[in-house]
Design a protein around this ligand. Structure first.
Ligand code: PAF
Length: 337
């Protein structure tokens, strides 16, 4: 096997839990061409202009570019985003940038895994054309004294995950607004891909596009799960075999709610919370049912009857040494007005 036959494994997966290496990695590269690596805004725009012009006239519709923002340390969940972008667009761009604005704890930022070589192999296999991997000074000239003007996620950024990570979502919307502004002028039409796993981030970014009239189509990509149901996350690789087993309670509890919603039954959120609380090695942070678009929590009066519109069950819990999140969409009852 040559080094290119297999993406190197930067984050080994603990054994004995049904999670395999394939859950964390994409398919073998088998000679896929590496994407073009750009380091500056100017290089990125030039590459996207060139690739968009080359794609002109390839098929009927207008040329579209799919952008997948990431912070690197890529796994199978990211590969799914890139593959969907590949299927739906003429040109696929991925950004890899560990955004200091969204980290509260400097130690977290410092220890965030940086695995560019492995990421480029994964992106080659998934079909990316351009990878924009800027230094901090390219994105925020003058950092840490800049940027002075930032974007606020407002009240949607203060609840749920935002309550545990003050300022996190302001950092996310600021960097994503910049990425869209970097790419959009260089391409005829822009779609941007985010995982449903980070449901709050997704809802806030949809709001960013809507509230600031950004000309971008925000697309959600379904959660990728292990065969047992654990949502893929780079954090899973820090769990030992026992932790990986305990963590499965999150998707079990969410599934209980989804099954009830599908059956048009009342949603027993207390019972779902108890399931998580009773699991050894797991400390529940929150388990709530919220409106999918506004993230406002549904009160008991809405939970004790069949759902009228789509909702979202969200859970966050500590499974030492990590904090995990997961969610499931709850469909409205069949025939609901
Ligand atoms: O989800 C992430 O990896 C990050 O929050 C994002 C969207 C790339 C912004 O830095």
């Amino acid at each position: 096997m040559t080094p290119l036959d297999r993406v190197p494994d930067p984050r080994p997966v603990p054994s004995g839990t049904g999670l395999t290496l394939e859950d964390a990695l994409p398919a073998p590269v088998s000679g896929a061409r590496r994407p073009r690596l750009t380091r500056t805004v100017a290089e990125t725009r030039a590459a996207l202009r060139e690739l968009s012009a080359a794609a002109e006239g390839h098929d009927d519709g207008p040329v579209t570019v799919g952008l997948v923002p990431t912070m690197g340390a890529l796994h199978g969940g990211h590969a799914a985003l890139v593959r969907q972008a590949r299927q739906e667009n003429d040109v696929v761009a991925v950004s890899i940038f560990v955004n200091p604005l969204q980290f509260g704890d400097p130690a977290d930022l410092e220890h965030y895994p940086r695995t560019l070589e492995a990421d480029l192999d994964l992106l080659a296999a998934a079909g990316a054309d351009v990878v924009f991997a800027p230094e901090v000074q390219e994105m925020y000239p003058g950092h840490p004294d800049a940027p002075i003007v930032t974007v606020s996620a407002g009240r949607m950024g203060e609840v749920l995950e935002g309550a545990s990570r003050p300022g996190h979502f302001d950092g996310v919307v600021t960097v994503v607004a910049k990425l869209w502004n970097i790419v959009r002028p260089a391409v005829p039409a822009l779609r941007s891909y985010f995982g449903q796993k980070d449901a709050q981030q997704l809802a806030i970014l949809r709001r960013l596009a809507h509230d600031l009239d950004v000309d971008v189509d925000v697309r959600a990509v379904p959660i990728v799960r292990s065969p047992e149901g654990l949502a893929l996350s780079s954090r899973n690789t820090r769990l030992d075999a026992a932790g990986l087993g305990h963590a499965l309670v999150l998707s079990r509890a969410l599934r209980r709610l989804r099954d009830a919603a599908e059956a048009g039954e009342m949603l027993d959120v207390q019972e779902a919370r108890r399931m998580v609380e009773d699991e050894p090695g797991v400390t529940l942070d929150h388990l709530v049912v919220v409106d999918r678009a506004t993230l406002e929590e549904l009160g008991p009066e809405l939970l004790c009857q069949p759902l009228r519109r789509e909702a979202l069950a969200l859970v966050a819990a500590h499974v030492p040494p990590v904090r995990l999140i997961d969610n499931m969409v709850l469909p409205p009852a069949v025939g609901a007005p």
